[in-house]
Write a protein that binds this ligand. Structure first.
Ligand SMILES: Nc1nc2c(ncn2[C@@H]2O[C@H](COP(=O)(O)OP(=O)(O)OP(=O)(O)O)[C@@H](O)[C@H]2O)c(=O)[nH]1
Length: 349
């Protein structure tokens, strides 16, 4: 019997943890073959690179928001491609960009289903630390159309703040399942067994299509590439608070210290900064995307100063400054500094 391929939408504001949840699902979905459509608002396809290699098939769409795509057929064409019988895909997951309006994206997806796909439901990711990022629809508006609400970053807030966020979710999306997903750890069956309640079917009328564009208007994006290695201390400054207007920074960087892992993945969400060794893809150099409602060209001045200059040689002390943002288990500088000290003692003896 022919069974249409369910299509799930994963949405939530910038940096909430959508890609982290999606990657967890991809790694823990056993034999389920998952096709993914990943949408990045910036010109550099960061999320696409972070999920590709794990999904059975990935379509990455960058440089704009799918929910505003002028061409209604765009989503339909992607779904058609992923659900062709020979692709063998069991489930499709669409990851929204962080500035998407979830309801508007769902309408686009439902309109693009065709005969081989069915709408599975909407998972909305809520960041317990930043439930209302600047310039984006508030928490209530985000979760109202959800079929499943997932809370991330409980580890970043105290109990009362977490309870307050959950209480807001319960009021805005009564009766909808609400679960924690620390570092993206969501049981895949919660998503794949989801049944969308058709009585809550959204229509374009519901989302006031005419007003929809306003939600994106305040958000600006700066996409930046550099082929020279970056200076770790200056990068740390930029990620810390060098461009306070950038609510979100993400991408891959190459650090200029001889003999050390050179490519890193970086994330900033509000005040949370995380840098981890390694980066997907074979592209050399650094690629960063900055997003924020107040962002302007001044960001390029900070970015322009990041590369290691002629005659400069960043050392392990510079690395240590960047490593304040690296999880303890990945830090190299404590070992290198201890070796340095030992060597100095030996030489002094
Ligand atoms: N401390 C902590 N960090 C988390 C958790 N979940 C995700 N993160 C981190 O939050 C940052 C952003 O996560 P992403 O998954 O890239 O967020 P996103 O929603 O896909 O981001 P955009 O696509 O830019 O909107 C990354 O550094 C993640 O490691 C969590 O539960 N706790």
């Amino acid at each position: 019997m022919f069974v249409p391929v369910p299509v799930f939408v994963v949405a939530g504001p910038l940096g909430a943890g959508k890609t982290t949840v999606l990657n967890h699902l991809l790694r823990h979905s056993a034999d389920t073959r998952i096709g993914v459509i990943v949408n990045d608002f910036g010109d550099i396809d960061v999320d696409g690179l972070l999920v590709s290699g794990q999904a059975s098939s990935t379509i990455a769409v960058s440089g704009g928001c799918l929910c505003c795509a002028a061409d209604d057929g765009e989503v339909a064409a992607y779904l058609d491609r992923l659900t062709r019988p020979r692709s063998g895909i069991d489930v499709v997951v669409v990851e929204a960009s962080g500035v998407a309006e979830p309801a508007a994206l769902v309408v686009k997806v439902v309109a693009g289903l065709g005969r081989r796909a069915s709408y599975g439901g909407l998972l909305v990711v809520v960041d317990a630390e930043h439930p209302d990022p600047p310039g984006l629809p508030g928490l209530e508006e985000q979760v109202e159309p959800a079929d499943l609400v997932v809370v991330t970053k409980a580890d970043r807030v105290d109990r009362s703040a977490l309870d307050a966020v959950k209480e807001r979710v319960r009021r805005a999306a009564p009766g909808r399942p609400l679960v924690d997903a620390p570092h993206g750890a969501l049981d895949p069956s919660l998503l794949f067994d989801l049944r969308h309640d058709p009585t809550r079917q959204l229509t374009l009328g519901d989302i006031h299509a005419g007003e929809h564009a306003h939600l994106h208007t305040p958000y600006r994006t700066v996409s930046w590439r550099e082929v020279r290695p970056l200076h770790p201390r200056r990068l740390a400054h930029l990620l810390g608070d060098g461009v306070p207007e950038a609510f979100r920074i993400k991408g891959f960087v190459e650090i200029g210290i001889a003999g050390l892992p050179r490519r890193w993945t970086v994330h900033r969400v509000g005040q949370q900064v995380r840098v981890t060794p390694g980066a997907p893809g074979r592209r050399r150099g650094s690629q960063l995307v900055l997003l924020g409602p107040e962002l302007d060209g001044a960001a390029y001045d900070e970015l322009g100063a990041l590369a290691v200059g002629a005659g400069e040689e960043p050392d392990v002390y510079d690395l240590a400054v960047l490593e304040q943002f690296v999880p303890r288990r990945h830090r190299l500088s404590p070992t290198l500094l201890a070796l340095d000290e030992e060597r100095a003692l030996d030489e002094g003896a």
